[in-house]
Write a protein that binds this ligand. Structure first.
Ligand code: MG
Length: 441
């Protein structure tokens, strides 16, 4: 039996009841002649990008022929969990809904799961959010930052990542970035936890126990301030220096480390505490002026709001996809502006160009912007995702195409399948001390 709604589609406009005709005319006037827009479906595209990425993207289709949006659904630690959440639960929920209503759909998706702010669901909801903003920008024929208020700066300044085995080598590598035009450089020595690592097998260890590289807080507290002393002697004050603690310190160690870093005039020290211990920022604030950045592992406003409102941190550095996309990132930026905090959206090496562009459009259009973390991609990724942002002279440039300004070549993506789950070895996030106990990242 044909339903009334279907019958109406068959009628010429002149035959429509006056009330419906008036509603359609109002819609057309509001959207400059564009018809209503429904989500007709979505699909998940997984790929390793011609490298060893673990990327999932969401492609959202609409009732307007050829109009779709792309979002990042990338969670490197549990990629297949996000894929399943999207395919089994969320895409069916979103299909048929109004693609124009981004805020409402974000809120509906958020409460749909009842339990909120899970890292997997943030990424899944963020993928839809990015795709809907992409669609809105494409419909308007404008880059997304124009819809978010227009440019508040000319381009997005980045900080680069320098590393090395010795202070001298780190200084050389910082200098290379300065020569490229970077004004901000993060300096590490020996990667994740570097400076605090006792080499494999060395030192006093339990018989038959953990033999791998072991984190030692005292070693870290000695090594890293000396690294920055060397950097200031060799490089002067012309470069803005950053350092990432990767959450490895105890609260007492964090207070001591922040004090020891004060003479080196840091742009910021990042993630000095694990998220469970953020109340200790009050102690740090009382004893030192070293600027604090925090938030790579944050997923919930209740984590960042108190830190920002109490003026306990200077930069907040969440990953846009991990907090649920462009919509919550804009709100975070507004909170920052009110309290004098600045953004420093996170970009790990596992991150993808779609999430990078989501951060880029927010970065360009907010007043509370501080700095953007650098991330760059091999040529295979630029071919697979045409419109991937370009890095030049320490700045990030989007394509200026409509929406996010990026597309996804599905044939190329399929050529590089994402790894199937199966690797059960301890990943880089699992760091251990000399006695084999876990050091919390
Ligand atoms: Mg970090």
């Amino acid at each position: 039996m044909m339903r009334r709604r279907d019958l109406l589609k068959l009628l010429p406009a002149a035959a429509l009841p006056a009330r419906l005709l008036a509603a359609q005319q109002r819609e057309a006037a509001r959207t400059r002649g564009l018809p209503p827009l429904k989500i007709t479906g979505a699909k998940v595209i997984t790929t390793s990008g011609g490298a060893r990425y673990q990327w999932a993207f969401l492609k959202v289709f609409t009732s307007e022929p050829g109009l779709y949006g792309i979002g990042s659904a990338n969670n490197v630690m549990n990629p297949w969990t996000v894929v399943t959440a999207l395919e089994k639960h969320l895409i069916p929920f979103w299909t048929g809904k109004d693609a124009n209503r981004i805020e409402d759909l974000w809120q509906a998706s958020y409460v749909r799961s009842y339990w909120r702010n899970a890292s997997i669901l943030n990424v899944a909801n963020g993928a839809l959010d990015m795709a809907l903003w992409d669609i809105k920008g494409k419909r308007a024929g404008m880059p997304l930052y124009e819809l978010l208020g227009g440019k508040a700066r000319d381009a997005v300044p980045l900080y680069a990542h320098a590393d090395g085995r010795s202070p001298e080598e780190v200084a050389e590598n910082v200098r290379k970035y300065m020569d490229e035009g970077y004004r901000h450089v993060r300096a590490q020595m020996g990667g994740y936890g570097g400076g605090g690592m006792i080499p494999p097998g060395q030192g006093s260890r339990p018989e038959g126990g953990f033999a791998g590289p072991a984190f030692d807080e005292e070693a870290y507290l000695e090594t890293i301030p000396k690294l920055f002393e060397t950097l200031r002697v060799k490089l002067g004050r012309d470069v803005k220096l950053l350092h990432d603690v990767h959450e490895h310190l105890t609260p007492a160690g964090a207070v001591e480390f922040a004090k020891r870093m004060e003479p080196y005039r840091m742009f910021f020290v990042e993630d000095i505490l694990p998220p469970e211990q953020i109340d200790h920022f009050r102690r740090i604030r009382q004893v030192t002026s070293t600027p604090m950045a925090m938030g790579e592992l944050f997923t919930h406003p209740l984590e960042w709001n108190p830190l920002i409102a109490e003026r306990l941190i200077d930069f907040v550095r969440c990953r846009v996809s991990a907090i649920g996309g462009i919509t919550p990132a804009r709100k975070l930026a507004a909170v920052c502006e009110a309290f004098g905090c600045r953004t420093a959206f996170q970009e790990g090496g596992d991150n993808d160009p779609v999430n990078q562009l989501a951060a880029y459009h927010v970065d360009l259009s907010i007043s509370s912007f501080g700095i953007q973390e650098e991330n760059h991609f091999p040529q295979s990724v630029h071919e697979m995702l045409p419109g991937t942002a370009q890095l030049q002279g320490g700045y990030l440039y989007g394509s200026d195409g409509p929406g996010l300004g990026i597309d996804l070549d599905e044939k190329l993506a399929a050529r590089y399948p994402m790894a199937e789950p199966g690797d059960v070895s301890e990943p880089w996030t699992v760091v251990r001390g000399m006695d084999g106990s876990l050091v919390r990242p």
